[in-house]
Design a binder for this molecule. Structure first.
Ligand SMILES: [Zn+2]
Length: 273
C-alpha cells in the first residue's frame, strides 16, 4: 500500500529517468487534461510530498507540476520505448515519454497539472519526509485538531493529511501499537509528541527500504499488528484482532492486551523495543 515512504522511494527511482530530460510525448487520459500537451517541455525534478508524486516541468517561460496521488491501486511504471505495458492500457491515466523511456501512471486516484507554487498541496500538514519537516508544527496541528473535535481518535488523527502528510493505513496501525493505544483512543489521551516522533522515525527508516519494516526485528517479522489477524502478538502472545473499516483501505489491526480500550488499561503502555 503506498504511504509516504513508498512515494519517496518512487520519486527517487523516477528522478534519474526523467530529471533533465525533454518530454517527447505526454498523454493525460482524464477528460479535464485531455488537451494538455507538454511535449517539448523539460523535466526539472521529481519529488514527493506526503502521498503525492510531483513531476516539475518547464519550458522557456512557463512552469508547471504534474501531480498525482496513487490511492489504493495506482502505480507508476517505467518501460523501454515501444515495450509492451505490464498493465491494461485502459487503466493508464498518464503517459510521459522521454527519449529512452516511457513512464506510465496506471489507475491513479488523482491527476492534476498545477502551477509551480504547490497550491494543490496547501491543505497538507508538514511532510514527514520533506526537507522542511517540522515536528512542532505537526504537534501544534494535532492540538488544534483536538480543539475542533475533542473526540478525534488517534486513528483518524494519524491519517489526517492536513495534520501531517505521509501516514497511511499500515503506519496508522503500527503507530497505535507502539503507543500502546487502542485505535479508537481519543488523540487527546495520547502523547502527541511521541506519536509524531514515531511517525517520522518509522517513515524515515523505511524511505528507501525495499521491504517495509516497523519492528526492527529480523527475518520476516516486518509488522507488529498490520495484516496479522489471529496471529500471536509479538510482545504478549495475544491473538491480534481485526476491525473492518468503512473503506477497504482502512482495516484496523490491534492487540487487545497491549492496546486496551479506554478505561480498561491495567498495565503501563509498552515501550518501543
Ligand atoms: Zn500484545
Amino acid at each position: 500500500m503506498p504511504e509516504g515512504d513508498s512515494l519517496f522511494a518512487l520519486a527517487a527511482r523516477l528522478r534519474p529517468i526523467l530529471a533533465g530530460k525533454t518530454l517527447r510525448r505526454t498523454d493525460f487520459r482524464v477528460p479535464r487534461l485531455a488537451t494538455v500537451d507538454l511535449s517539448g517541455w523539460r523535466v526539472d525534478d521529481v519529488r514527493s510530498v506526503g502521498k503525492h508524486l510531483l513531476i516539475d516541468v518547464s519550458d522557456d517561460d512557463r512552469r508547471c507540476t504534474i501531480r498525482s496521488h496513487l490511492g489504493m491501486d495506482g502505480s507508476w511504471r517505467v518501460f523501454a520505448p515501444g515495450q509492451r505495458w505490464s498493465k491494461p492500457g485502459h487503466t493508464a491515466r498518464a503517459v510521459i515519454g522521454v527519449d529512452d523511456a516511457e513512464v506510465v501512471g496506471f489507475a491513479l486516484r488523482e491527476l492534476h497539472v498545477d502551477g509551480r507554487d504547490d497550491d494543490g498541496l496547501a491543505h497538507l500538514g508538514p511532510d514527514l519526509l520533506g526537507p522542511g519537516w517540522d515536528a512542532e508544527r505537526a504537534v501544534a496541528n494535532l492540538a488544534a485538531a483536538v480543539e475542533r473535535d475533542p473526540g478525534l481518535t488517534v486513528s483518524a488523527a494519524l491519517l489526517d493529511q492536513r495534520i501531517m502528510a505521509g501516514v497511511g493505513n499500515i503506519y496508522r496501525n503500527e503507530i497505535c501499537f507502539l503507543l500502546g493505544a487502542h485505535p479508537s483512543t481519543p488523540i487527546a489521551d495520547v502523547d502527541t509528541q511521541k506519536a509524531v516522533a514515531l511517525a517520522r522515525e518509522l517513515l524515515w527508516d523505511n524511505r528507501l527500504r525495499p521491504i517495509r519494516n516497523t519492528t526492527g526485528l529480523p527475518g520476516r517479522a516486518n509488522h507488529w499488528v498490520y495484516g496479522r489477524e489471529n496471529r500471536p502478538c509479538r510482545r504478549c502472545g495475544t491473538a491480534i484482532a481485526r476491525m473492518a473499516g468503512q473503506d477497504r483501505d482502512r482495516v484496523t489491526y490491534y492487540c487487545p492486551t497491549c492496546q486496551p480500550a479506554i478505561g480498561s488499561r491495567t498495565d503501563p503502555a509498552p515501550g518501543r523495543k
